[in-house]
Design a binder for this molecule. Structure first.
Ligand SMILES: [Cu+2]
Length: 137
């Protein structure tokens, strides 16, 4: 019994580890492209309700401003990330499966409901920069 439990834990740990980055970068054009900034396609219709926390991030010459920090929000809040970069890239919000393409010079918007708690990394996938951490509680 004990052995099985240890094995299960190991598998879960491995899965958690595997859900990190780099595994699902929709570099092909096949996947749906969320959050292109167009108002036509709401990402998750009908569930946005909590207060909106907007976080604006600018990446220029590899520098992130404001500097990477932990942003605290309440579970159920809507988080609106606006990211502007001077290079093409991808922004990925861990834990919420949110990703957006960054086109140089154009703000990309990712909006989602922080409906589960934890600490989640937001980062770019090409430059591999951590932009911030989201602490949901
Ligand atoms: Cu990632």
């Amino acid at each position: 019994m004990r052995r099985i439990r240890a094995a299960v834990i190991a598998v879960i740990a491995a899965l958690l580890f595997a859900t990190g980055c780099a595994t699902k970068n929709p570099s092909g054009a096949s996947g749906p492209a969320p959050a292109q900034g167009s108002a036509a396609a709401p990402a998750s219709p009908g569930i946005a309700q909590g207060p909106v926390t907007e976080i604006d991030i600018t990446i220029r010459n590899g520098q992130i401003s404001p500097k990477p920090a932990i942003h605290k929000v309440h579970k159920g809040d809507t988080v609106k990330l606006v990211v502007t970069s001077d290079t093409d890239d991808w922004v990925h919000v861990h834990g919420f499966d949110q990703e957006a393409k960054l086109t140089a010079g154009q703000p990309a918007v990712i909006e989602f409901v922080a409906d589960h708690s934890g600490v989640f990394v937001v980062e770019t996938h090409t430059a591999e920069k951590q932009l911030l951490q989201l602490q949901v509680s």
